[in-house]
Design a protein around this ligand. Structure first.
Ligand SMILES: C[S@@+](CC[C@H](N)C(=O)[O-])C[C@H]1O[C@@H](n2cnc3c(N)ncnc32)[C@H](O)[C@@H]1O
Length: 468
């Protein structure tokens, strides 16, 4: 008998896309095979890497036939860099599989059948749609197998780019990325060039030493930039020389900020952010509302699609102007403020204190007086006392993180029974799970998939629920 680890499957036709962007095939016996780094329509020979009762995972050994839906990836780093894994699949097919995933999750996991499936809303831009990018400096860049095998001494070891998937200490030296508009690449490449000219140390992940640690580039719809540099240690002379050069080179940089981070991780959320030039934040506008975005603020990364997503949520809510609306998981209060002109009161809840501070500041900045914001974990804050204090909501808009809502939150919604729930989600599997928990009391009227992240398998979905 063959050992499990040596199982190979030949001429496997990949017929669909599954969760997390894998492609799905079926063996002759009907077992599901999940294959990474291939696309639906490919016919492949694979090696099984994990075998369970109902499914197995496999890696491609070779391609017997390529899918007719393949396209040439735009990016030279495709296949090495962890992002944009669907660049080799036509955009029409990306949309088709995303739409299918959303609606089949709701049918299969949510066990809900009779609802209106609106056609997926495509992204206006298929590339250059992100307004936030984060890169790491590394003293030892990721080397290609050819470079390693050549035996030649590697002189240019420094990198500024993305971490290689599952390799915490290896960074791809990025030349071009098509996710953010120029001058994004120009700024990143210039910073690397002058850092080398100025002989500045790139971070050494193994030794935990160096000077330059991370770079964040945020932009707004006017294509103004906020640049954040994270240094491992303070060295005023070197830091000021570098930041001065960057600021002088790019008039698009409206504000240049930095942080000193000697910690084991590179999260900025517990660090002080220092302003080197400008105001320390960018301003973004939506329907005349202004939002301040600093280095730490959460803001949807695809601006044009975020506007559309909020419009859909607002349309689904069908506000008349006399309602109390709760915006659960409000972040910096963007949805709350976006709908505030069409509701009597809006109550936003969020667990990150800085986000709630920003929500309050933005509401003040926008002269909005009918929004109240509270900071806390939804499962703890959403009590009867909270509801009697803030008023019974006619409508709840909820936009939880990927894990979906805590079951106590779902139970409270069902118990207090608002007339409508608009459920915005970046993970239709957990959304479907929550919809099932609500289905005795709520009818799912319609669902709209929205593409916020072209070239990836990620998809957003908005569901309208009505009290039965
Ligand atoms: C998908 S984001 C939505 C943000 C916002 N609606 C927007 O469009 O900008 C989810 C938000 O939920 C917050 N969050 C996560 N877990 C939470 C919890 N248990 N209680 C309250 N807020 C939470 C996150 O900090 C994040 O801001």
């Amino acid at each position: 008998m063959r050992k499990k680890k040596n199982i190979q499957i030949t001429n496997l036709e990949l017929i669909s896309a599954g969760a997390k962007g894998v492609s799905i095939g079926r063996t002759k016996e009907g077992k599901t095979v999940m294959v990474a780094n291939a696309i639906p329509g490919d016919v492949v020979n694979v090696q099984v890497t994990k075998s369970k009762k109902n499914y197995c995972e496999a890696r491609v050994l070779d391609f017997v036939r390529y899918s007719p839906d393949r396209t040439d990836p735009l990016c030279m780093h495709f296949g090495v860099c962890g992002g944009c894994k669907w660049q080799n699949l036509s955009y029409e097919k990306q949309l088709e599989y995303k739409e299918k995933e959303v609606y089949s999750n709701i049918e299969r996991i949510g066990k809900i059948e009779d609802f209106q499936k609106l056609p997926i809303y495509p992204s206006r831009e298929q590339y250059n749609y992100r307004n936030k990018m984060e890169f790491s400096f590394s003293a030892s860049r990721w080397l290609t197998p050819e470079e390693i095998q050549s035996g030649e001494e590697i002189l240019d070891k420094e990198a500024l780019g993305f971490h290689i998937p599952q390799q915490w200490n290896k960074v791809l030296d990025l030349k071009t990325c098509f996710l953010q508009k120029e001058p994004s690449n120009k700024i990143r490449n210039y910073i690397k060039k002058i850092a080398l000219e100025q002989d500045l140390e790139f971070y050494d992940f193994k030794e935990r030493k160096g000077f330059l640690r991370t770079l964040m580039l945020r932009s707004n719809s006017k294509n103004e930039f906020l640049v954040l540099l994270q240094f491992f240690r303070e060295s005023k002379k070197e830091r000021e020389k570098l930041l001065t050069c960057i600021q002088q080179e790019f008039p698009e940089i409206k504000t240049l900020v930095y942080a000193i981070n000697p910690k084991g991780n590179d999260s900025i959320y517990d660090l002080d952010i220092h302003v080197f030039s400008g105001e320390g934040f960018l301003t973004e506008e939506m329907e005349g509302l202004k939002f301040r975005i600093d280095a730490k603020s959460f803001f949807q990364t695809n601006y044009n699609q975020a506007v559309r997503l909020y419009e859909i949520a607002r349309d689904f809510a069908g506000l008349k102007g006399d309602e109390t609306v709760y915006d659960l998981y409000t972040g910096t209060g963007t949805i709350a403020q976006f709908i505030s002109g069409r509701a009597k009161n809006v109550v936003g809840v969020e667990m990150v204190p800085e986000a709630i501070e920003a929500a309050k500041e933005n509401a003040k900045y926008n002269n909005i007086q009918n929004c109240r914001f509270y900071c806390g974990d939804m499962k703890d804050i959403f009590t009867d006392e909270f509801i009697s204090l803030n008023g019974h909501p006619e409508i709840i808009i909820t936009d939880p993180p990927r894990d979906g809502m805590h079951k106590n939150v779902v139970e409270t919604i069902v118990r207090i029974a608002p007339k409508k729930v608009v459920y915005v989600s970046c993970n239709s599997a957990t959304q479907a799970r929550d919809l099932e928990l609500m289905k005795e009391k709520y009818e799912v009227i319609k669902v709209q998939a929205v593409d916020m992240f072209p070239q990836t398998h990620h998809v957003e979905s908005v569901a309208l629920l009505k009290l039965k």
